[in-house]
Design a protein around this ligand. Sequence first.
Ligand code: HEC
Ligand code: HEC
Ligand code: HEC
Ligand code: HEC
Length: 431
Amino acid sequence: MKKFSGTTLILTGIIVVLAVILVGVLLFMRNLPSAQRGVTPIVQVKAMEADSSIWGENFPNQYSTFLQTETNATRTTYGGSVPFEKLDADPMLRTLFAGMAFSKGYGEDRGHMNALTDVRNTPRLSEKTPATCYSCKSADNPALWASMGMAAYDALSFKQMSDKISHSIGCANCHEAGTMRLIVTNPALDEALKAQGKDWRTFTRQEMRTVVCANCHVEYYFKKEGNYLTFPWEKGTRVEDMEAYYDEIGFSDWTHPASGAAMIKMQHPDYELYTAGSTHYNAGVSCADCHMPYTRDGAAKFSNHNVQSPLVNPAASCGTCHTDVDYVVGRVNIIQKNVHDTMMATEKALVAAIEAIQKAAEAPGADTAKIEEARKLHRAAQLRWDYIAAENSMGFHNSQEALRILAAATDLARQAELKAYQAVNTASASR
Ligand code: HEC
Ligand code: HEC
Ligand code: HEC
Ligand code: HEC
């Protein structure tokens, strides 16, 4: 048999190595999301396109899973997609929110495709509602903010803005057309990050998989002049930082009619609680890891855009990192029950404080300075409680921080109650 020459052997060797590399690259690319594979788009999507169905022609898997957010109807113990009335589930809320819109209706949240319908149907709307309330509900916003500026947008009323808006949340709220990269679309988020000396354009891809949710899932307020949408993050994003910010500018959302305290309504600070040193955040886990797990469709691998409670499909949401899914779901149940029970104790303390302050204010000759102190304590207690109550995970996103804050809230509420008693006792002692 003729021996192979050295050159033939070397050439064959090179060919084999190249073939192995090629197969390896192909196998690797199969696992990459289509956008990173550089698939040629079927249609050209214009910048800030509000109609998600047009983006959907290029990305059918992301679009079809996104559409499922409209019809999800599973209820979990503390969350899920059934819009039950929280005021009926927990009547203490009517006392805590007395005198403001949330005492009229407080529905559990649903999926992104319902955001526009749900904001238009909330009993919290009134003639005075500003256009700002559309800021987190529609894919029309990025183009409107670009063309008219956010200040002019926010200066309109909800009613005036209504004919300009026709799409619920969509692709344009999270992606840049063309490149499909994740971007900050809400000017208020851009400005809040800047105020902290941060620029999202320098963030890593993994960071953006969390920050993109902060376009909406955050605490915010309307600056009095022109209802300008603002995130109170200048001093930081922990609850005490936001409280210090509000105290410094003397801001309040409403005055509690029973206690007379100048109150803050906290709004879904999901991003702030999660990033305040939670186990998962510190381990580098993003919102999308749990709420948009990778899914396979034949050869394609894509992010599931059916954003909902991860408890509906924990195998997909938690199973990528945790081998014992039943165990971690069991942990969620225990954590949520602990946070819920602690929160009920806080609510009882708040209701007691409100009643005591009201009685003190009605008592003849009561010490008004002490009543004022009690009101300040009521404000401080309730904004802490609400930070955890309005957050959407019943403490799971950061259970240690949730329990720390609820403990502080209960303590402050009982101090408020005590001050109110003292206000009356000082009066009777000096008479
Ligand atoms: C480690 C996994 C994990 C991460 C990371 C995570 N979440 Fe969650 N999230 C959960 C779980 C579990 C719940 C509780 C669901 C329930 O009670 O049905 C939840 C609940 C929610 C809910 C309410 C869902 C409902 O059914 O009403 C929202 C909204 C939410 N998360 C947003 C976020 C945002 C925004 C981030 C990032 C800032 C984030 N989550 C990060 C696991 C996670
Ligand atoms: C443009 C604003 C916006 C962005 C961006 C956004 N959300 Fe939401 N999200 C909402 C609104 C508004 C609702 C409530 C809709 C309703 O109840 O009709 C909601 C609801 C949810 C729910 C509850 C769904 C259910 O079925 O109960 C989850 C979970 C959630 N969002 C997670 C996320 C995550 C994770 C991100 C980032 C990847 C994100 N959201 C980005 C505005 C936004
Ligand atoms: C609430 C924010 C949000 C909305 C709305 C949204 N996406 Fe995404 N999308 C994400 C996140 C987060 C990722 C993961 C990105 C990453 O890992 O870099 C993603 C990834 C993608 C990717 C990359 C491939 C993949 O699946 O990971 C494509 C393509 C995509 N989305 C298309 C769409 C389309 C089309 C729409 C509208 C129908 C849409 N997205 C709406 C947040 C969103
Ligand atoms: C991207 C990976 C990843 C995903 C997805 C993920 N986890 Fe985790 N989880 C971690 C890491 C990392 C830790 C820290 C573990 C450690 O330090 O040993 C952790 C810790 C935990 C802990 C212990 C928490 C604590 O404070 O001690 C629980 C409970 C948990 N995860 C539940 C869940 C649930 C429920 C889901 C799905 C909704 C989930 N995780 C999804 C990575 C993940």
